[in-house]
Design a protein around this ligand. Structure first.
Ligand SMILES: NC(=O)c1ccc[n+]([C@@H]2O[C@H](COP(=O)([O-])OP(=O)(O)OC[C@H]3O[C@@H](n4cnc5c(N)ncnc54)[C@H](O)[C@@H]3O)[C@@H](O)[C@H]2O)c1
Length: 371
């Protein structure tokens, strides 16, 4: 098996017990699915490209729609000449006349295309509305017109803002605190609405802090692992926000792919599930595992001290649970650290510059979480 397809060993973190009647677990320990032909929007991105790998491994025909704005052709380079994969460089929303023919004959749409960085969402909210809301509506309408039976949406745990309860259940109040979170939540609402009104079979997965090889490292200051790995490669200290005792429910990308596969076989439409490990890890612990010095930078206004998924629902209904613990996931990430050589190396000074809008607009009451 190639390096790319090798998966880390199973997690010791087993917070929930899956039921017997969830989907089958395949020989390799991964979920099998009922997908025959899939449209994967955002398939050249971090999570989307791993999902494409898993689908192709299962003999599924995959139509990728991606505008390569934050994704990369290189994420799919190994599938470039694969007879089951076609890549369409399109920026959602596009006219239905362009989209519907691509959706025809598909059994599932996995809608992952989105703009996903926080700071630019504060600076350019309308771009985020166009991609994350209008783009989702365009995908829903194409699925409806092409009679694609199942629609799965990559929703975000950022919808919870700063939750009142940990672990946070799916029925906790949603209080998106910045435009990225809002637009992802509006997209989720649209997906559920299309399910109710038009009978589309929908499932929304609220993903918690996904990490793994190929994770997005645009020029924008963002997801913690990309920042830390580039700093490690450059021999620079890790820029830890606040005292570093805040924790996040870091979820390894193969577990997220398994959650999509498990959901693809779910008999009931209209569900929303948290996808996390249920075992948060502090940022200080992450730097200990990575090894190397750290420097502390100011705590940002309104950041939650913890993200922590309650995963009872997805374990009970889909039989899914996270399998990769943080030590194992990081070991696997470090084995592929070369993929982060081109990522920007952030310093306390450049972060101060890059997060000005954050402090300016979100001071006081928000629930921002870039870690
Ligand atoms: N990574 C996480 O921790 C996380 C957490 C919660 C939710 N999500 C959601 O999961 C999905 C995938 O996230 P990711 O981390 O892989 O990010 P990513 O940026 O790597 O992937 C997004 C992909 O969508 C494509 N895209 C962006 N705008 C588009 C448009 N208008 N038309 C077509 N394609 C477009 C990008 O080029 C990219 O390939 C997103 O919907 C994101 O909101 C991610």
């Amino acid at each position: 098996m190639s390096e790319r397809n090798r998966r880390p060993r199973l997690t010791h973190c087993r917070p929930t017990k899956p039921t017997q009647d969830g989907p089958r677990v395949g020989a390799g320990g991964h979920y099998e699915s009922l997908v025959q032909k899939a449209v994967v929007t955002g398939g050249a991105g971090f999570i989307g490209s791993h999902l494409c790998d898993a689908l192709v491994e299962r003999g599924v025909d995959v139509i990728v729609i991606d505008d390569l704005s934050t994704g990369h052709r290189s994420n799919l380079a190994h599938l470039q000449d694969h007879p089951r994969v076609t890549v369409h460089e399109l920026s959602l929303p596009v006219a239905q006349t362009e989209l519907v023919p691509l959706f025809r004959g598909a059994s599932h749409v996995f809608h992952l295309a989105a703009l996903a960085d926080i700071v630019p969402s504060i600076e350019r909210p309308l771009d985020y509305v166009r991609t994350n809301v209008d783009g989702t509506l365009a995908a829903l309408e194409a699925a409806r017109a092409a009679a694609v039976p199942r629609f799965l949406y990559a929703a975000s745990s950022s919808c919870y803002g700063i939750p009142e309860q940990y672990p946070t259940r799916e029925d906790a109040p949603c209080r998106p605190a910045y435009p990225y979170a809002l637009t992802k939540y509006l997209g989720e609402q649209a997906v559920s609405h299309w399910g109710r009104v038009y009978g589309l079979h929908t499932t929304c997965l609220r993903l918690f802090n996904v990490y793994g090889p190929r994770s997005r490292t645009t020029g924008t200051y963002g997801a913690m692992f990309g920042v830390f790995l580039a700093q490690k490669l450059a021999g620079q200290p890790y820029t830890v926000v606040g005292d570093g005792e805040q924790s996040r429910d870091f979820t390894y990308v193969s577990d997220v792919v398994d959650a999509f596969l498990a959901a693809s076989a779910h008999p009931n439409g209209g569900d929303v599930f948290n996808v996390g490990t249920g075992c948060p890890t502090t940022v200080n612990r992450i730097t200990e595992i990575l090894g190397g010095p750290r420097v502390h930078i100011p705590k940002r206004p309104g950041e939650p001290d913890r993200t922590h998924a309650d995963v009872d629902r997805i374990a009970t209904v889909l039989g899914w649970r996270a399998r990769i613990d943080i030590e194992t996931g990081i070991a696997h990430l470090l084995a592929e650290i070369d993929g982060f050589r081109d990522a920007p190396v952030w310093t306390p000074e450049t972060i101060t510059d890059a997060t000005r809008s954050w402090f300016r607009y979100l001071g006081g009451s928000s629930g921002v979480d870039a870690a």
